[in-house]
Design a protein around this ligand. Sequence first.
Ligand code: ADP
Ligand code: MG
Length: 245
Amino acid sequence: MTDEALIVLENVNKWFGPLHVLQDVDLSVARGEVVVVIGPSGSGKSTLCRAINRLEPIDSGTITFDGRPLPAEGRALARLRSEVGMVFQSFNLFAHKTTLQNVMLGPVKVRREQTAVVRDRAMALLERVGIANQAEKYPAQLSGGQQQRVAIARALAMQPKALLFDEPTSALDPEMVGEVLDVMTSLAREGMTMVVVTHEMGFARHAADRVVFMADGQLVEQAAPEEFFANPRSDRAKDFLSKIL
Ligand code: ADP
Ligand code: MG
C-alpha cells in the first residue's frame, strides 16, 4: 500500500426523496488499500459502493478516482466503469454464455481487444480463481461459489484499478463462502485496491487494512481492524458488534 489516494469522497450527500442516505461522507482509499465497510442493513453501504462507480449519482460533494472527478457520461464514464470493477451479491452472469465467454465479453465488446489475447488472459484468470476446468460450462451448471469466482474473474478481465464488492458472499450457501473469501484474500495480498461491504468479520480481521463502520448514512468510525474490533468507540458500533459477533 502507498499513501497515494486512488478513491476520494469529500462531503458526499445523497438523498432518495426525503431519505438522506449518504450524509457528509468523507472517505479516502489509498492505492493498494483494502477497506471493509460494515454496518446495519439500510445504512447506505450499497449506495456508497454504487456512488463510487457512478451507478448512483450523488447530490452534492465530490468523488475523485485516480485524481479525476467521476465523469457523468459518455466514453469517460464507460472507462471509469472498466477501471472500477464491481462484484455483487447476485452474481449477474450472462446465463446463455459460458464461463469463458462471460469473462471475455467486456474486453472484447467494450474494449474491442483481440479475441486471442483476451482468451489467454481470461483462461489465466479462471486458473487464478481455481475454476479453469469449468470454462465451457454455463452458469446454471456451476455452484454459487463457482459463479461468484467467475464474476470476480470477469471483473479482473477488465484490468481494473480497484474492485468494489457488495456483500459478495451473502447469497452463498455457507460451505461456499470460504472459497470466495480465499480468492478475495489473495487479491488483497497481491495489492489490489478493494472496497468490500461484508458481514464476514473474519475477512475484515485478516484482510482489511481499515474497517469503516456506517450507520444511518453516516460514516461513524473507522480504524484498523484489530483496533476496531477490540475497542469500538461509538455506541452504535458496540451495539452492532454485540449482535453479530
Ligand atoms: P445497505 O446496503 O447498507 O443495506 P442501501 O445503500 O442499500 O443500504 O440503502 C440505504 C437506504 O436507502 C435504505 O433505507 C434503502 O431502503 C434506501 N434505498 C436504497 N436504494 C434506493 C432507491 N433506489 N430508491 C429509494 N430508496 C433507496
Ligand atoms: Mg446493501
